[in-house]
Design a protein around this ligand. Structure first.
Ligand SMILES: Cc1cc2nc3c(=O)[nH]c(=O)nc-3n(C[C@H](O)[C@H](O)[C@H](O)COP(=O)(O)O)c2cc1C
Length: 324
């Protein structure tokens, strides 16, 4: 029996999670991650409630293993129909991850339904609050991560050890992880699991457009930028002419209304799902330079596990390096 607490809570083989992926976190991807021994999640963000239900159905049909759902609570003007869809399907779902806002009203709803509750946080303060609210597990997201990041800009090296030493519930590290080095480093920092986003976009089962996946494979370490800082937010995306336009506008200190025509989710959809990359933006984490190929999501999970063990074994010499 795997004694890792994340594995026990989620009923999985490897403590490797696929994060909620707005617009591209489809049911087939979630199931493929779970079939590889990790924990897949169907995203609500960027989906109509009908489509979310459909994706849940696809995931449940495609795996007998546990999977979850993600709900960024600030993304939907009305969260209620998504919550209803989750509760109606609670027998198919193992866990819910709540992100992008105050989880307080939502934690008891999902806990009462018998679901495991994960809260995505990016500071010690919010991690402690989430624990107090009854979260079972924390996903701590560093500023390396693709998508919406905390404007406080804490990176994993600072964030994980400082959270891990004050909370009792398990911590899952997210941001910039794309191979076994990242997984092992996260554990060394005090995490008991990892969550990846960008790596799983570049998978066969992800519904992201092939243009987007190819850009991820070609990208190097300098491929990401952060937009929306001018309005007190932070979203890590792939550099592109469309994003350059946004950054240029941001230098003029625009109002949210002025920026909105460019940062609306629809522009994410246009590029990420429809492949019209000159008309929108695509989320991307800092580890993107480590992605060399588009693999099946189950293979990505298995390779991460194998690489982590290999690396751990190869580091045995450290004992001697640091011996007194
Ligand atoms: C395409 C994309 C969409 C994302 N959408 C969401 C989302 O809807 N909800 C959420 O909680 N996190 C979202 N994230 C963050 C991921 O769940 C995950 O924590 C993050 O990608 C980890 O960093 P990495 O991309 O460097 O692996 C998104 C990330 C990406 C790359």
């Amino acid at each position: 029996m795997n004694e890792n607490r994340v594995c026990q809570l989620l009923g999985i083989r490897y403590p490797i999670l696929q994060g909620g992926l707005a617009y591209v976190g489809n049911g087939a991807l979630a199931a493929a991650v779970s079939n590889g021994g990790g924990f897949g999640q169907v995203g609500t963000a960027g989906r109509t409630v009908e489509n979310f239900r459909e994706q849940l159905h696809i995931a449940a049909e495609s795996t007998d293993l546990p999977f979850g759902v993600n709900i960024p609570i600030s993304e939907h003007s009305a969260n209620t129909p998504y919550i209803e869809a989750i509760l109606e399907n609670k027998d198919k779902i193992k866990a819910v991850s709540i992100s992008a806002g105050n989880p307080k009203p939502y934690v008891p709803i999902f806990k009462d339904a018998g679901l495991t509750v994960m809260v995505v946080t990016a500071t010690v303060k919010h991690a402690l609050k989430a624990q107090e609210m009854g979260a079972d597990l924390l996903v701590c997201e560093g500023f390396e991560a693709g998508g919406h990041d905390s404007p406080l800009e804490l990176t994993l090296f600072g964030l994980i050890p400082q959270v891990a030493r004050v909370v009792e519930i398990p911590v899952v590290a997210a941001g910039g992880i794309a191979n076994g080095q990242g997984v092992l480093a996260a554990f060394a920092l005090g995490a008991e699991g990892v969550q990846l986003g960008t790596r799983f976009v570049a998978s066969k089962e992800c519904e992201a457009h092939d243009q987007y996946k190819q850009l991820l494979v070609q990208a190097h370490d300098d491929a990401t930028v952060v937009m929306e800082r001018s309005i007190g937010r932070a979203t890590r995306v792939l550099k592109s002419p469309f994003v350059e336009q946004i950054l240029k506008l941001e230098k003029t200190n625009p109002t949210v209304e002025q920026l909105l025509p460019y940062i609306r989710g629809i522009h994410n959809r246009t590029a990420a799902v429809e492949g019209r990359i000159e008309e929108g933006w695509m989320n991307c984490g800092q580890g993107v330079g480590l992605i060399d190929s588009i693999e099946s999501a189950a293979d990505i999970v298995r390779n991460l596990a194998r690489e982590t063990v290999e690396l751990y074994t190869s580091l045995a010499g450290l004992r001697q390096t640091f011996a007194e």
